[in-house]
Design a protein around this ligand. Structure first.
Ligand code: NAD
Ligand code: ZN
Length: 357
């Protein structure tokens, strides 16, 4: 048995208002006059947060367009423009949701690694450390702040650059930054965390490490989405820690059926991660009966719309594409269903599941 020896984030600061320590945190990481590059989720254009970025000298603020989830082409363009403009930079700071944080991780890696980010989609393909990178979530749930991957859509697949060089050097967990997140999006991204917990806790890869984090994260999700009558600041504090703990839980296990199936939707239809997971999880009572029952309760209580009929007009070829993408996620299926997963999740059964979405 080979146990995973994984790298973690080096520094973590947590607390309301901790964002204001950013200048001080960055100072010792500045290399001469090489600038810090701030990638800020485009939602914040013209908002107060944009004015709180601690720009110094040649630093640059770039608004990250997250209309679509990050693409390898977008990463390559950003990295080559920065190399052209500055030669070298001191660091990349990603401030936003999972999309912006993943973009920041990928651009930081591509400042020093040759070629295209598409060359590094996979496991342990990144050759050299990237530049210094910082992740600052403004919406909670993906766990991208702690993970060793950054998910990118490339020319042939949607897959992360998974490596020991991928985790952030520093994260700033300031729940006050999540206050304005829209209710629906907050639910979809929050449910990503809930689903991470269920898939980790119900998976065959489960161990005490994953269980300890997964149970805590699950409890926090239940608290904010089910047991409270009103969303308050404390809910933002709790969901931010749920995201962190959920990410730690899957670091030592794996996600499962909802993620494997929603990757097919994302690849073919561009369905976003949070909502895609919800669309799928809504129909997974055969795999996660208790989790899906509770999910339905949370949907109702929070008055959320989960789209249905998303696969209504698809062709056989399109179903095949989704099935191929999904069945390619082998570790996810093995975690969910065990070593014999291929006998359990046949192409026919998966097609029937896609047809129900
Ligand atoms: P997101 O980053 O795509 O953002 C969703 C929307 O919320 C965007 O429109 C954004 O502008 C908006 N937003 C963000 N913060 C806001 C705020 N405070 N107020 C108002 N609007 C705000 O969504 P997400 O669900 O956080 O991230 C999904 C992405 O994360 C996907 O690309 C997925 O592949 C990736 N992901 C990565 C990992 C990982 O381990 N690296 C894990 C899970 C998901
Ligand atoms: Zn997820």
């Amino acid at each position: 048995m080979q146990f995973r020896n994984f790298r973690m984030v080096n520094y973590v600061v947590y607390g309301r208002g901790s964002f204001d320590q950013l200048d001080e945190i960055l100072a010792p990481n500045r290399k001469g006059d090489a600038p810090m590059i701030f990638l800020l989720d485009h939602f914040f254009k013209g908002k107060a947060l944009a004015g709180r970025i601690p720009l110094q000298g040649r630093d640059k603020l770039i608004f990250a367009d997250v209309t679509y989830e990050p693409k390898t082409t977008q990463v390559d363009q950003l990295a080559s423009a920065l190399k052209e403009e500055f030669g070298t930079v001191s660091g990349i700071i990603g401030i936003g949701g999972g999309s912006t944080m993943d973009l920041a991780k990928a651009v930081a890696l591509m400042m020093t690694n040759e070629g295209s980010s598409a060359d590094y989609q996979g496991w342990d393909l990144v050759k050299v450390p990237g530049v210094y990178k910082v992740g600052i979530p403004t919406i909670s749930g993906t766990g991208a702040e702690v993970s060793r991957t950054c998910v990118l859509t490339g020319p042939t697949r949607k897959l992360g650059m998974n490596s020991d060089f991928t985790p952030f050097d520093q994260i700033v967990l300031d729940p006050a930054l999540t206050t304005n997140a829209p209710v629906n999006q907050r639910f979809y991204t929050g449910m990503d965390c809930y689903i991470h917990c269920i898939e980790s806790l119900q998976g065959t890869y489960l161990n005490e490490f994953s269980k300890s984090y997964g149970e805590k994260a699950l409890e926090l999700c239940q608290e904010v989405f089910l047991h409270k009558d009103k969303w308050d600041d404390h809910s933002d504090d709790q969901l931010m820690m749920a995201s962190y703990a959920g990410g730690m839980s899957i670091a030592y296990s794996q996600v499962g059926v909802a993620h494997a199936v929603s990757y097919g939707l994302a690849f073919l239809l561009g369905t976003k991660h949070g909502i895609g997971n919800c669309i799928v999880f809504n129909h997974l009572e055969a795999f996660y009966p208790e989790g899906v029952r509770e999910f339905h309760e949370m949907v109702k209580k929070n008055n959320i719309d989960i789209p249905t009929g998303v696969c209504k007009n698809l062709t056989d070829a399109q179903f095949d594409t989704m099935i191929n993408v999904s069945l390619g996620m082998k570790p996810l299926w093995e975690n969910a269903l065990g070593k014999d997963w291929e006998k359990i999740m046949t192409r026919e059964r998966l097609r029937a599941l896609y047809e129900r979405l």
